[in-house]
Design a protein around this ligand. Structure first.
Ligand SMILES: [Zn+2]
Length: 52
């Protein structure tokens, strides 16, 4: 599974639950940025390749 952010081909590692939009899966780097917004919940994807 790949990060859903445009222009990003990294492997998705986190599922973001976004109150004002659909859930999305993103890489660890994008999760760090997007996960800071109020109300967003970041859920590690258990079978993600890159999650420690
Ligand atoms: Zn990304």
């Amino acid at each position: 599974m790949e990060c859903t952010e445009s222009d990003c081909g990294n492997t998705a590692a986190v599922r973001l639950h976004v109150p004002w939009a659909d859930d999305r899966v993103v890489c660890a780097a994008h999760a760090r940025v997007l996960g800071r917004r109020d109300g967003v919940v970041a859920d590690p994807i258990e079978d993600g390749d890159d999650w420690p």
